[in-house]
Design a binder for this molecule. Sequence first.
Ligand code: NDP
Length: 341
Amino acid sequence: NRYVVITEHVDGPPEERHFKIKSETLSLELESGSKDIIVKNLYVSIDPYQINRMKSYTSSQSAMNVAGPLNSGEAIAANGVAKVVVSGNPEFQKDDLVSGSVTWGEYSVIKPGGSIRKLDLLGFPLSYHVGPLASSGLTAYGGFFKVCKPKRGEKVFVSAASGSVGHLVGQYAKLLDCYVVGCAGTDEKVALLKKLGFDDAFNYKQETDMKATLKRYFPEGIDVYFDNVGAEMLEAALSNMNVFGRVAVCGVISEYTDRNRRAVPDMIDVVYKRITIQGFIYLDFTDIYADFFSTTCDHLRSGKIKPLEDISDGVESIPAAFVGLFHGRNTGKKMVKIAED
Ligand code: NDP
């Protein structure tokens, strides 16, 4: 079994040298009485939050409290889809397709209590069950509808808009007839967002004064900001929010690799405009999961939501795929295909 490990803690931007591929013999037979499940991974998800587990934090930091710190040499948990090779759990049989928490590697050993469930493809490609029908989709759906509490026709700004979560948020917002503007880091991504139906989009790397930029795109102000980025983008959005505006803080990727980068919002804006700023984690949305899933399946079938995918091949490509997230090298959901079904 070949799998990815970190060679040391990652306290700045990740580089490929922080990772290596470990090779280990894995017996595909279980010891008698074992309730483990061994799965062969097919697709694994590559997610920005994983950097927060790779840092040499003290255990009191909140990012650690959710996912737990990672030690060098340890297999790295990730969402994915996989096929059961051998199972000591009577609920799973050999060749069952499953989705849930696996690891960045060829095989994963799922211990009792591990988070996997049987997967019914429902006619969709496997990759959709890593992207729009999995945590990225639930994050976008729950973050937008439950946290942003949008009303029809409102003005919505999405950052990292061509990414896994962002491009779905924009499309959900368009289905509610909102006016949607996204930002992304290249002109090609900007063009793609407009093709997906965003009303407008801009390349934030070409802009020098983000507050003025947002004023240009939202002369009547922003009602909802879906923040994937943090720092000055959040400051600029706050200063352009309308009264009773809502900010969903989904993630702050621009801060993950630099401890000194922080949003310094003008809190007087927050007070006088009565702005709600709420962080969330997609695991908060179990109560709307069924609604998310059936609605999103319908929209995917009708073509009202078009998923963007960015797929690399093979375990060896995982480090570069992960590093690339922090340089905007992905467009849409980044994942790695490990094996054919
Ligand atoms: P993406 O697919 O959006 O990939 C990351 C993108 O972020 C890159 O492609 C890049 O696009 C952009 N980016 C990278 N560095 C910077 C920077 N310094 N400043 C601005 N943009 C940057 O990832 P996801 O959709 O998976 O995640 C998006 C955000 O949502 C992340 O912050 C993530 O942690 C968070 N998240 C939160 C969840 C939750 O439950 N709260 C669940 C899932 C994700 P560009 O070309 O535009 O720069």
